[in-house]
Every structure is written in C-alpha cells, then in structure tokens.
Design a protein around this ligand. Structure first.
Ligand code: G16
Ligand code: MG
Length: 220
C-alpha cells in the first residue's frame, strides 16, 4: 500500500538539470578542465560540494578549501541567476498533472531535492503549495546516494519508508531511494536508471493508477 510520493526536483519536476550542467561546464571551461557526457551524468543529483570535487577530478588537490568555496559559490551565483527567471513553463511534461493526480488520490507529497535552492525554485515554478513537506538537504547531512534525505522526507510526512515511492532522474538518487527501503521510479533512460523498480521517459508517461495498483518486488 502506497501512502506517499517523494519527488526529486531537478530533472524530475523541473527542467533545471541542464542549467546546473551548463553552470558547471562554464566553470570547467574557465579552469581548462575536461567536461564530457559521462561526467555530466555523474553530476546529476550530487550535492554542490560533491559535484565540485567531480568537476575538479584529479586536480582537486591543487585547490585550497577557501578556493573551492569560491568556485562553488561562483557556480551557484550563475545558477541562481538562471532560475530567478523561470516560471511554470520550466515544469517538465506531466509534472503538474502528476502532482494534481497524486493529491486527488489522497497521497501525501514530499520533496527530497539535494538543492539548497529548492524552496526558491518551487516558488518560481508555482508548485510549492502541492507539498506537505520539503526535506532540508543541510539537515539531512549526508548527500545522495545516502538515503538520509529520503528518510527525512518520510519522517516529515509521518509515513513509513515502505509505504513511499521515490521518484528520481539520477543514478545516485535511485540508489538513495533503494537504500531507504522505498519503491523507486526512474525518470529517464534504462541504461542509467536500471536499478529502479520502474523506469519511464518522463512523468507524462507515468500512469499513477497502475503504479499504485502495482505489486512491487521484495519491499512489498
Ligand atoms: C540537484 C541537482 C544537482 C545539484 C544539487 C545541489 O539535486 O541535481 O546537480 O548539484 O541539486 O544543488 P544546489 O547547488 O542548488 O544546492 P536534485 O536532488 O534536485 O536532483
Ligand atoms: Mg535530479
């Protein structure tokens, strides 16, 4: 029995994964560091500081703690500038319809985004009101693939993890959902999200009724 949906934000509800990547790519270019599709995929769902380490790669040791903070802040300023201009048009296909259908079905809804900019982004997109609880990545402590933020979201809703479905676009996020003992839905391609219980191309392809009626393996 499913009582709650726990959503990732960037790449699931909002078309912002590409904005994060563009801001990281710009930083990599400035530093003369390589930035390819494999790195771009690995950055998804990873917190700001963890992402910086991945972008710097083997050269991470050349930078002091203070320099790293400056670099992360530079990336964030660019990203914040981009999302300040967004509105409901930046919602991904099926996002609004899924939120509405979930509420109509009596499900509780929470957000489990690694982004410290998530509350601001929800307001820009006009969907803050759909959520019963927004997990705080700083309070959760450990970043995805740790289950911490998904467990915090379930606790905030007062729902057992086994009664939650987590929805993610990143491999790190699916690992986090599975480690939390929740059922997982991947949004994207099978090659990246093969560990998920269900994979669909976008929320527009997700049939909520059949997901709720589904017999899930193991976690029951
Ligand atoms: C998002 C993005 C990541 C980003 C992270 C931290 O996570 O997918 O690319 O690095 O948030 O964002 P910020 O720098 O704004 O705190 P999610 O969990 O919403 O996909
Ligand atoms: Mg994501």
């Amino acid at each position: 029995h499913c009582a709650a949906l726990i959503f990732d934000l960037d790449g699931v509800l909002a078309d912002t994964a590409s904005l994060h990547l563009a801001a990281w790519r710009e930083l990599a270019d400035e530093l003369g560091l390589p930035f390819d599709a494999t790195l771009a995929e690995r950055l998804k769902g990873v917190d700001r500081r963890g992402s910086l380490e991945l972008v710097l790669g083997a050269r991470a040791r050349e930078f002091s703690e203070a320099q790293k903070q400056t670099l992360a802040e530079r990336k964030n300023q660019r990203y914040v500038q981009q999302i300040a201009q967004l509105d409901g048009g930046a919602l991904l296909p099926g996002a609004q319809a899924t939120l509405l259908a979930a509420r109509a079905a009596g499900l509780k809804l929470a957000l489990a985004s690694a982004s410290r900019n998530a509350p601001q982004l929800l307001r820009s997109l006009g969907i803050a009101g759909y959520f019963d609880f927004i997990a705080d990545p700083v309070r959760a402590g450990a970043a995805k693939p740790s289950p911490a933020i998904f467990l915090e979201a379930a606790a905030g809703l007062g729902v057992a993890p086994q009664a939650c479905i987590g929805i993610e676009d990143s491999a790190a996020g699916i690992a986090a959902i599975r480690a939390a003992g929740m059922r997982s839905v991947g949004i994207g391609c099978m090659a990246v999200l093969g560990a998920a219980d269900v994979v669909v191309g976008s929320l527009a392809e997700l049939d909520l009724e059949s997901i709720l009626a589904r017999k899930w393996p193991s976690s029951g």
